[in-house]
Ligand binder design. Structure first.
Ligand code: SF4
Length: 432
């Protein structure tokens, strides 16, 4: 029987052009049909220099499908170099150009002596979604742009976390991770957003290690850096949200980096004291069982489902219903991710389902017993479900269409407090 998938939670690999757009002064050049480009131009936010809605595209048509699109791509790259002043040009291929067999590598090679680098990444939608496309683009940059191993700088750490734009808190989280890493005496290096860009990409081979904060997205690219430059990586699967996980995170990173234990513990003590000062001030709200059921469900990608489940159990004392991961996590990672959901405080274990079928997920949530007003954290697709189940609902995952997130974040001690504010601001409206 044909299966119709509604409620998309991700886009095709070509949409990972957002990873390029997040790098200051990097420009995507799309080699695809106008329909692909039109669909993807709905992105929100760029690194600030170029509009996310304006980018060069070959807009290939029947002519290129029949005779090949190499000439059109050559012309589009030439014109982009003339008209748009960028530091890095990244050609991205869509389905059509790959199916007709355009030789993009050869076309891009013609520009190898250009003053500004021109590289390419294969991002046809039929090969995967934008979570895997993100890794393909990073690997293309590391492979084709970065050339030589450099002298390692003690304490320099490349940080990789949520995928740009698609993860609504990607930039704020990254900045907060930078802040936390700097507090324990390390030097963070990130490539996205204001004040970063090519100069920070150039520093990648100088790092002492790569820090990947994600259950699976990004693993391919840090492994690639290990192979190419011999840079080791620390794979920390849980985005730390709130005090319990952030303290664990700081200890793990500090130990891996050989940072001063006294320094790490001093930072933790200071941060925890401040965090619990705020929690204690509002403890009566959290203990008011009338406000919210003790049960919650998260419908998001592996990173947020895992991170928020840990936070709501370990810091807030809520109980997980079945949790959902909707990013089409590759099979090879699923068993390990499910195990991480069992490592919760108070002996609690969460069941997790991997599915991108919104209809099935909603049916299961509607059938679950929450014993009160449920708490649903998910995407805009969960909004109507929340109405039907009389739930409290917080939009934390793509698609996010009803809130503007500029640079706020949920990572770290401060991010945990922000998420509590978001959740209880919704819950309290029912009674006030
Ligand atoms: S799946 Fe293929 S055809 Fe569709 S938007 Fe993506 S690249 Fe274009």
């Amino acid at each position: 029987m044909a299966k119709i998938l509604d409620q998309p939670r991700y886009k095709c690999a070509l949409a990972a052009m957002q990873t390029v757009q997040a790098i200051t002064r990097a420009l995507p050049i799309l080699h695809c049909g106008p329909g692909c480009a039109e669909k993807l131009s709905g992105s929100v936010g760029s690194s600030g220099l170029y509009s996310p809605h304006i980018f060069p595209c070959t807009s290939i048509s029947e002519k290129e499908v029949i005779f090949g699109g190499d000439d059109k791509l050559t012309e589009t790259i030439e014109n982009s170099l003339k008209i748009i002043d960028a530091d890095l040009y990244v050609v991205l291929t869509g389905c059509t150009s790959e199916i007709v067999g355009d030789n993009v590598e050869d076309v891009v090679r013609k520009f190898k002596d250009n003053e500004k680098p021109v590289i390419y990444a294969s991002t046809a939608g039929f090969k995967g979604n934008n979570y895997v496309g993100h890794d393909w683009i990073l690997k293309a940059i590391f492979d084709q742009y970065l050339k030589n191993k450099k002298e390692v700088q003690k304490g320099l750490v490349n940080i990789w976390a949520g995928i740009p734009m698609h993860d609504p808190f990607w930039l704020g989280n990254l900045r907060e991770l930078e802040t936390l890493i700097a507090e324990i005496g390390l030097t963070p290096n990130t490539i996205y957003g204001f004040g970063r860009g090519i100069k920070n990409i150039d520093k990648i081979p100088e790092a002492e290690f790569n820090l990947l904060v994600s259950p699976w997205v990004g693993l391919e690219s840090v492994k690639f850096l290990e192979e190419k430059f011999g840079t080791p990586y620390l794979h920390y699967p849980v985005l730390p949200v709130g005090a319990f996980e952030t303290t664990k995170f700081l200890r793990a990173v500090g130990e891996y980096a050989g940072a001063s234990k006294e320094k790490v513990e001093e930072v933790i003590q200071r941060k925890e004291e401040e965090y619990y000062y705020y929690i204690e001030r509002y403890a009566d709200v959290f203990l008011e069982t009338r406000v919210m059921s003790k049960r919650f469900v998260v419908v998001s990608d592996a990173s947020y489902s895992l991170a928020i489940t840990k936070f709501l159990v370990n810091d807030i004392g809520l109980f997980p219903s079945k949790q959902y991961i909707v990013d089409d996590t590759p099979e090879e990672y699923r068993e390990q991710i499910s195990e991480w959901f069992k490592e919760l405080n108070y002996g609690i274990q969460a069941e997790v389902g991997f599915s991108s079928d919104g209809h099935q997920i909603h049916q299961e949530i509607e059938a679950a017993d929450f014993n009160g007003y449920p708490l649903i954290l998910g995407s805009n697709w969960e909004k109507n479900l929340a109405k039907r189940t009389d739930a409290h609902y917080v939009n934390i995952s793509y698609p996010v269409v009803e809130r503007l997130i500029i640079n706020s974040f949920i990572a770290g001690y401060k991010g945990g407090l922000k998420l509590i504010e978001d959740i209880y601001s919704v819950a309290l409206t029912r009674f006030n």
